[in-house]
Design a protein around this ligand. Sequence first.
Ligand code: MLT
Length: 329
Amino acid sequence: MRSKFLPVAIACALLASVNAFAQEYPVANKTITFVLPYAAGGPTDKAARDLAQAMSKAMGGHSIVIDNSAGASGSIGANKVAKASADGYTLLFTHIAQATLPTFFRNLPYNVEKDFEYIGLVSENPMNLIGRPSLPANTMGELVTWIQANKGKINIANAGPGSASHLCGMLFQSTLKVDMTSVPYKGTAPAMTDLIGGQVDLMCDQTTTTIPQIEGKKVKSFAVTTPTRLTAVALKDSPTMQEAGLKDFSVTIWQGLYAPKGTPAAVLKKLNDALKVSVKDPEFIRKQEGGGATVIMDARNDPAGHKAFIVSELAKWAPVIRAGGIYAD
Ligand code: MLT
């Protein structure tokens, strides 16, 4: 006869093995991978590498590597993590796309709210409207005049529908009531190369990667997307969009870490502990602030605060995106 205690015994054994797994995590010779859904050398890649370095230090030097699984506006990498083993070794580092792609894409192959564990947000990043060095305009006023005189001929680069650069560029066009040709890339790093080379006219990108290019006079800065000016030397003469007459124009994006749904709570706790040590790491802070970003140090460093924020951002951006009427399949 089958013992009624058998299922309980199996459950206890399973729980014991999950606990043992979580206690051992991370196993010394097993690398943790941050899947980064955009091209290497871009701003999200930079932030992921800075966090990987800080978290590795917080985890006793454990190896953390970056896997650039770029494409489809960041949805390829996010889907890879949504379908990965929930063992804490494959994580997703991404930005505001978590809250914009579900509205932009009609057939997103994962569910942002149901397929991920939320580990914590780490930074808020302003954006910067930049242009090719050969543009005739030098100020925001001159740029708006040039745009109005060249309607139908201007192109604007981005990292695909729903990416940060796309969202910012879309708001710029809708505020000016001008349509530009959108040129999507697998990330803003390859887009930056084409902007510097003059193949595209404009781009909105995160300040962490625009600042070095402005300093090197490789691109022109026209405006920042924050409500107040930024203090970085390269950007101190760049007006806010609002100062430049684009009323209510404000975009700040954010970046954070996710695990596949079902990752054991004890593993998530170890990752979250390391993330919270990292956001206080002076080297991590120096790198983010040097690029105009702000390190998040509030309830959003924790899973519950992170998830609540994403849910609020999904609700915030959905009507803006629908009003733009842009969808991808
Ligand atoms: C974006 O525009 O979404 C990001 O800049 C993508 C990237 O990091 O390349």
